[in-house]
Each structure stands twice: as C-alpha cells, then as structure tokens.
Design a protein around this ligand. Structure first.
Ligand code: ADP
Ligand code: MG
Ligand code: MG
Length: 919
C-alpha cells in the first residue's frame, strides 16, 4: 500500500493536515496542532485506506503492520518509554476519527499497554497506585467493551458494587440510596486504590467468563486488537445510522490514531475538559466549555458527573468551580490556544484537552457543531472580524438548518406550568408524550405521536430514538454531553442536565422536584410514560402539558446573511402559495413570486363544492356552463386576493389538476341536496357518480385531460384570472399572470388549451381596450413530456417541472403507497435518499436536464422552474442550479432555505468552474 502511517510529535507532522480524507478529521487536527507548535502528545495516524482494506479483507496488510511497528518504535524513543516496559511504561490511546466528525459514533480505547506488571510499575513510578489502578480498570472495561465485545454493563455493575463497599466503609446507609444517588455520594474519585486493584481482578474475571479467554496481557496483542476494533467500529450500527442521516459515504472509512497518553486523573491538579471557542447555542464570542478535575476522557461528555464551567460566571455557578478560578494558568493557556486555532482555521473550534499536573495538553480540535442561530451569528461576526469573506459566510451555514430559526417558539403569553430548568442544550420548542427509551420513541413516533425522549443521559445507542423524538430531555450531562451535541447536530430541541428530574426506568416514570421561588423544594410531581410535557431548548425550561407556540422572528444577523446570499444567487426563489395568506407569508420570507398557485382547494369550500358537483354531474354543456357561472365570481375574488398580495410579482396559476373523482359526493345527504338544486333524480346522480369512479385516479381523468373533455372549466378559470388582472390594473397593480397547464404529454393538448385561453383573452380587455398580457406554459411532470419537450416548447413559453409527479411516474412509485416499502429501500441503501425528498439526480434529474435542453433549443428564451417539493431541498437546489434552471418554488416556510441554498449552489458552481472547489 501507499504510505499509510503518519507520525506526529516534536513540532512536526508527517501527514498533510489538508488530507482529511486520509488522516481523518482528528488525525488532521492533531497533525495541524503539532505543526503549530501546540502541546500535543505525540503519536501516529493510520490512514483511512487501511480501514477500507481491512474491512474488505478482514486483515491489516503486512506492510502496514511493519510501518506501525516502526512508528511505535519512534514514539517510544520520543517518549523515553516503551509499551509493556514496567520500568518505563508507555501507555497509548487508540482513537477512531473519520473525515467527517461523527461524535461518539465510533470507538476509542484509553490507557492501552497495561498489564499487572506494568500497573505495578506505573504505581511505583508515579507514587500514585490509585491512579495506576484507576487507569487499569478503565482500560480493561474499554478494551473489553470495544475490542472483545463484552457488555459494558457487567463492568458498571462491578463498579457499583465497589462503590457500595466504599459507602458502607464511610458509614453511609446505602440501602436507602438508588444507584444514581450512590454514584453522587461516592464518585469515582473516592474509590481508593485497594478497591480499584480488586476491581481489576473482578473485571478480568468478567472478561474470562464472557469470552472464555484471559484478558490479553501482551501490550502488542492489545494494540492490534484495538486497532482492528477501531477500524471495525466504522461499520457498527450506530455509525451506519449516523452516516445515513448525515449523508456520509460508507466508503470513506475511519483513520486510527495511536497517541501517547496524558493523564487528567492524577489528582486535583489534573483535569480533562472540552471547550468551544464560542458559545455553540448562541454564537456569542467567548470561551465556552466544561471540565472535571481528576477525571479522564469520556467522563465529561458521558454525563457520569455533571461537569463544571470553564469560565467564572458561566451558568451562574459558584466562582471557585470554574477552571478559570482553580487553574488560572492552564485556563489562560487554553484561551490563548483557542484564539490561535480559531484564527488559523478561520472557524469556530471544538477542543478537547487534558491537564496533567497543571500542564495543558491539546487532544483534539475540529470545526464546532453549532445550533443554527449560532451558525448564523458566528458567520456574520467572522466577516466583521475579517476572518472570512461574505461568500464564505454564506457557505458556512447549513441551509437546511435555518428552518429551526423560522419555526415557532412557545407563546410568551401562554399559561405555562414550569416544572424544572436545565441547560439550554439545543434550541427550539417541542411538546410531546414522554417516553423513556429510544425504541419506544421510535415506535410511538411511527404511530404519528409527538414524543419527548427522557433519559438520565443519552448514549450513541439512542440515536434512532433521538431522531424519532420531537425533543430530548436528560437528567444529567452538560452542554457538551452526547445528548446536547447530537441534538444540536440534528436541530432538535434538547434540555440537558435537569437535575430536579429523577428517572425511574423500571417504573417508567420521572419524578420532578419542583422548587418554589426561594429555591426550596415545594412538591414532587411524578409523570408517567405517555404524559405530555413541553421543553424549551432555548432557555432550558421544562413545562407541564403542551404549550402553544408562536412564530419566531429571526434576528438582524439572519437578515444580513440572507442579504449576502441574495447578492450571490442567480436562481430566483418563488413560493407555492394558494391563498392570500400563503402569499403574504411567502413575501415576508422573501419569495420573488408564486411558482405554483393551485386552484383545486378553492373548489372545496362549502359554498362552492355544490356548484362544482353540479358541474361535474351535469349532463350537457349548458348544465356545466350554468354551474361554472356560479363559480366564476368566487374564482375571480381568489385571484384578486392573491395578485394584490403579490403586488406585481409573477404568479403562476395552475389550472384545475386533480381527478374529478375527488370532488364527487360521498354521502347520501349530499346527493339529495344536489338532486334538489339540479332538479335531477337522486337515482340518476348516484349512477353518474358511479360511472365517474376511477381505479387509478392519479393516472386518470385529471389535469389537461379535464380540459379536453370539458373545455368550459379552463375557460372559466382563465376568465377569472384575466378579469382579476384587469381589476388590479385599475388599482395600479400590474399583473402578468402565467397560465400553466398540468399533466400535458403532447403538443396537441397544449394547442387545444392555448386556443381556449386565447378565445377568452380576446374577450377580456383592459380599460384601454387592449388584451391582458399573460404567458402560457406547461408543467413537465410525465416522462413523455420530458422526452418530447422540444415539441411542447413550440407552444409553451415556460416549463415548470412538477418533480413530485415526475418522480412518481419515472420511478413508477406511488407516493401514497410508497410508505410501506420506501423506508426499507433507503435504510438498506438501495436508494441513497427518499426520492420524494431529494431529487433522484441520475434518473429524474436526467429527464429534467434533457427537457431543459430540448426546450431551450426550440425556444431559446424558455423560462424554466421547479415547483415540486424538491424546490425547497438544498441538495436538489444544487442540482437545479447545475441544470441551469431559472427558479425554484417551494412552500413559504422553506423560502429562506431555498434562498440560502441557491446562493450556495451558485457560489459552488462558480467556484468549481473557476478551478478551485469550495469546501
Ligand atoms: P471521540 O471521537 O469519541 O471524541 P476521542 O478519540 O476524542 O473520542 O477520545 C475521547 C477522549 O479520550 C478525548 O476527548 C480525551 O479526553 C481522551 N483521550 C484520547 N486520547 C487521549 C490521550 N492520548 N491522552 C489523554 N486522554 C486522551
Ligand atoms: Mg474526541
Ligand atoms: Mg402534478
């Protein structure tokens, strides 16, 4: 294989930090920090291609093994210590790290290199047997869990037993404490060396019992097992689920970092922690994070102990709990490094560090995950600070995530019962039924119920439940706990560390200690599975029952970012809007027109449906004309309302599309009413209704086919549109309606409907006697229309791709029935994404490109747009940009997403055509 082992240490790194694809994000960060001269324990990175090779062949190639041996020898030399040498022991961590950050999804093993002799040696050398055996028991549990497949719970239970013995020896009555309370009374740091030494033996016995083999005492064997396990963790279930959710390709693989250990568990002058260079919830510019004295690695993020704030004054905790107060020098060093790294990477960083006997070491840096609100604020602030350009700022914010900013928050005026407060771990408001397990969350959400997942703490095994839940509440864990980080990534509301909540998994209840204003416990409220609560991840509140929500007003920074985005954008963004209210919302969100105004729902209102049914059931043209005459004034008012809201912006009106079938009377009472008003016997109407029944209405009598058989319907609609335009012209609002024919597959259909439209247009004139200006176009939503787009463009002046129907027809996949099997297709990877959410670029997309090409060849000025759901999906928008479309149209709420995504698409296309791709 090509070089695939890269050393870092002594201020130099062999790996190129730009090659995240090879080194993984963690390895690249370690290489970069080393090169910057920052304090990083030395080590080496085994590249991602080895992971792929190993997963293919089941073994690590021999030449890689030799390179690892050489790198290890170099590491031993640098450290003046050797793996397995009791006199000068080297311990290492073996850490996963993929190209894209996948927090906690894969595995890491710490303190590798320990056996009985080495532990004794380490105890002697440090004069700290408690530390040596603490490291040893952690190592066995981690290595056994990750590399040997032993259930972690066995070790937890043995640890709790040890805790119980310590409690008894301290005179604590442990019979009155549950496991959680016991953990609080006897934290890990209080378990003495002797207990830990016994625990190590107990752990080894657990391994022997579970695997039938002794725990490996040869450090080399340990190392190879660990490396193999880290590579294999790329394919563990939770990593696979996470990749699917975040569109990370399966063939990237993870790198494996072997790094000399530094110890945060050496005593009270040692510590471990995580830091963000800015607040990840709000984006405020200040060092933000958490730490734990005398602790190691995962302790901070695992939520085992509630960590302390880095800065004095954060979260209102006592001053002497902050790192700033307790270890001012290490804190200042961290702050300085944070600034250096942010400047260097020109992005907000998420840092992991350990302090060993007062000395700071950096263990990880990466671009920080942040809530949408923070992402916008940081991007805009960094332009002001001169760190990034406006274009970069636009590219920095995940377009899909800004939906969170536009979504409702709890009504500040609503009556609420506050139960408790926790940490505002991930913003957003959610109400739902309480569930206590991820599986239950998935099950109930699958039944369409909103759920709030309540856990003591979450772990990577809970991912599927977090995905299904509306929001997440944890009783423990801090701002950087697993729950908080993952929830922010998903854009889900999360309140973490609600210490007033005691969760009882057995009873499936949670008991909240409610405090009064003086901070004294007032009462205990016990809620059971299925009860409803509301959580506000923006301020950490937990409320009883469902709380009503109101619209959010995004801030000034958001407006700024959107203004920069609009300046970059080349595609227009319109909205799909059917009512004046929709139209107003759309304009407020920045829509530049209506790309799809559906007319069918207008037919369903009570006063109208009767007339619609009369029209459908009428025997002859005269009967239909009489019914349509009743509808005309209503239709005209509809369009007047919408056109007025849009103030001259373009409005594409789609003429009637759904199968007539959908309007038919279904109840006897309705038939009677009709019979009376039409003067036709019920019997006859019932028969006619039966005749109109369709087996496959979506492929039946709908769209333009209605106009071929009943031209009067479209004639009435066009008359309403043009008369509305005339009326508004009188008010000084000039309207240029775009009349759109659905479901066409032939030029002849368009010629026939064009003739209907022209007939009406001749009759409807403005005050000046001139006809109203309008344009005439068609939807492209069936494969034949795409294939023969050149012919359609002879008549149509614009195309609007109806990608919902086009997807349905191209894939032969009924949207209404696909729910039964489509998820299985996506889960198993047969389809990369749900094609109704994100356009099938290679299939449906090919038809779009083909139709665009044929259409423009026939009619160079042909206007091209999209009005399916895909018009609001960032990935699809990228595709439409490349396909050269003029606009996308989506639901009003997604308009800002589309504006940002279209700007990013334009910048990306420009960047790649200029020869340098944008990240
Ligand atoms: P993850 O990707 O899940 O964050 P890491 O590989 O970063 O896993 O390891 C988790 C934690 O273990 C780190 O944040 C750090 O605190 C600790 N750790 C890893 N390697 C070392 C090391 N060489 N010395 C001390 N602590 C380490
Ligand atoms: Mg980490
Ligand atoms: Mg359609």
């Amino acid at each position: 294989m090509a070089k695939s082992v890269f050393f870092f240490g002594d201020g130099q790194a062999e790996g190129d930090p730009k090659r995240r694809d090879v080194l993984g994000g963690k390895g690249a960060g370690l290489a970069e920090m080393t090169s910057l001269g920052l304090p990083v324990p030395p080590g080496f990175t085994i590249g991602t291609d080895v992971c792929i090779a190993a997963s293919r062949t089941g073994a690590i190639p021999a030449d890689v093994r030799a390179d690892v041996d050489a790198a290890l020898a170099r590491l031993e030399k640098t450290m003046g210590a050797r793996l397995g040498d009791a006199a000068a022991p080297l311990l290492v961590s073996v850490r996963s790290g993929a190209r894209a950050s996948m927090p906690g999804m894969m595995d890491t093993i710490l303190n590798l290199g320990l056996n009985d002799a080495v532990a004794e040696g380490l105890a002697g050398k440090t004069g700290n047997p408690r530390f040596a055996y603490d490291a040893y028991r952690r190592f066995i549990a981690m290595h056994a869990g990750v590399a040997l497949g032993v259930d972690k719970e066995h070790f937890d239970r043995a640890l709790d037993d040890a805790r119980g013995r310590v409690a008894t020896s301290k005179g604590i009555d442990r019979t009155r404490l549950n496991a959680e309370e016991l953990k609080r009374r006897v934290p890990d740091a209080d378990i003495p060396a002797e207990e830990l030494r016994d625990l190590v033996q107990a752990f080894k016995a657990i391994v022997k019992k579970a695997t039938g083999k002794d725990f490996p005492s040869d450090p080399r064997e340990q190392l190879w097992q660990a490396v193999g396990a880290v590579f294999a963790s790329w394919n563990n279930h939770r990593a696979v689920v996470y990749r699917k959710m975040h569109d990370i390709p399966d063939d990237w693989g993870t790198a494996c970092n072997v790094q000399a250990m530094v110890f945060g568990n050496l005593g009270e002058t040692s510590a471990t922690g995580v830091a963000f260079t800015r607040d990840p919830s709000t984006g405020e510019k200040k060092l933000y994070g958490e730490w734990l004295p005398n602790a190691q690695g995962e302790d901070v993020v695992a939520g085992i102990r509630t960590p302390l704030p880095l800065r004095t004054g954060d979260r209102g905790t006592k001053a002497d709990e902050s790192l700033e107060a307790r270890m001012p020098e290490a804190y200042r060093e961290l702050d300085r490094i944070a600034t250096t790294l942010e400047k260097h990477f020109r992005d907000m960083q998420d840092l992991e560090f350990t302090i060993q006997n007062g000395k700071l070491f950096m263990l990880q840096c990466r671009g920080a995950k942040r809530a949408a609100r923070a992402a916008v604020r940081v991007a805009v602030a960094m332009v002001g600070e001169g760190l990034v350009t406006k274009e970069e700022a636009v590219l920095r914010v995940d377009a899909g995530s800004i939906e969170q900013l536009l979504h409702p928050t709890f009504d500040p005026n609503a009556k609420k019962t506050l139960l408790a407060r926790g940490l505002s771990a991930s913003p957003g408001a959610a109400s739902g039924h309480i569930v206590f397990s991820a599986d239950e969350a998935e099950r109930r959400a699958g039944q369409g119920k909103p759920v709030i997942l309540v856990r003591v703490e979450t772990s990577p095994e809970d991912i599927h439940g977090m995905k299904a839940a509306r929001g997440i509440l944890t009783a423990r864990g801090g701002m950087t706990s697993h729950a908080a980080v993952v929830a922010r990534g998903m854009g889900k509301p999360c309140v973490a560390g609600v210490s007033a909540v005691a969760v009882n998994y057995e009873a499936q209840t949670m008991t909240v200690t409610v405090y009064d204003e003086a901070g004294l416990p007032k009462q205990h409220v016990t809620l059971k599975k299925g009860d409803i609560i509301s959580i506000d991840g923006g301020d950490g509140s937990v409320y009883a029952d469902a709380v009503p929500t109101v619209m959010n007003v995004p801030g000034q920074e958001f407006e700024q970012l959107m203004a920069w985005a609009d300046a970059q954008r080349t595609m227009e963004v319109r909205a799909n809007a059917d009512t004046p209210l929709d139209a107003r919302t759309a304009r407020a969100f920045g829509a530049e027109g209506i790309g799809l105004c559906r007319t069918e729902h207008m037919f369903f209102e009570e006063e109208r449906i009767q007339a619609v049914r009369e029209m459908i059931l009428a025997d002859d043209a005269a009967g239909r004309a009489a019914a349509l005459a009743k509808l005309l004034p209503f239709q005209r008012e509809d369009f007047v309302g919408i056109f007025r809201e849009m103030r001259g912006l373009p409005v594409t009106v789609r003429l009637l599309d759904p199968p007539l079938h959908e309007f038919l009377p279904t109840e006897a009472k309705q038939l009677e009413l009709l019979s009376k008003s039409m003067g036709v016997p019920v019997q006859k109407l019932a028969q006619r209704t039966k005749d109109l029944h369709e087996f496959n209405p979506m492929l039946g009598h709908r769209g333009v086919r209605l106009a071929i058989t009943f031209p009067e319907i479209y004639a009435m609609q066009v008359q309403a549109i043009l008369e509305a335009a005339v009326q508004l012209a009188g008010e000084g609002i000039s309207v240029h309606p775009e009349i759109m024919i659905p479901l066409a597959i032939t030029r002849a259909e368009l010629e026939r409907t064009r003739a209907i439209v022209d007939d009406v247009a001749r009759a409807v004139t403005g005050k000046d006697g001139k006809p109203v200006a309008f344009s005439f176009g068609t939807m492209i939503e069936l494969p034949r229309a795409a294939l023969l787009a050149g012919e359609l463009a002879q008549v149509a002046e614009f195309f609007s791709f109806g990608t919902n129907d086009l997807t349905q027809a191209t894939l032969g996949l009924s949207r209404d029935d696909a729910g039964k099997f489509l998820p299985a297709y996506v889960e198993s990877g047969i389809l990369a994404k749900d094609p109704f959410v994100s356009i099938d670029q290679r299939g449906v997309g090919a038809l779009v490109e083909m139709a665009a090409g044929y259409g423009r060849k026939q009619r160079p000025g042909l206007k091209l747009g999209v009005c399916g759901e895909h018009g609001g999906d960032p990935a699809s928008i990228g595709f439409f940009q490349r396909a050269g479309l003029d606009y996308v149209s989506c639901s009003p709420f997604r308009v800002p997403i589309a504006r940002l995504a279209a700007a990013q698409a334009a910048l990306t296309v420009r960047g790649s055509s200029a020869g340098h791709g944008t990240a």
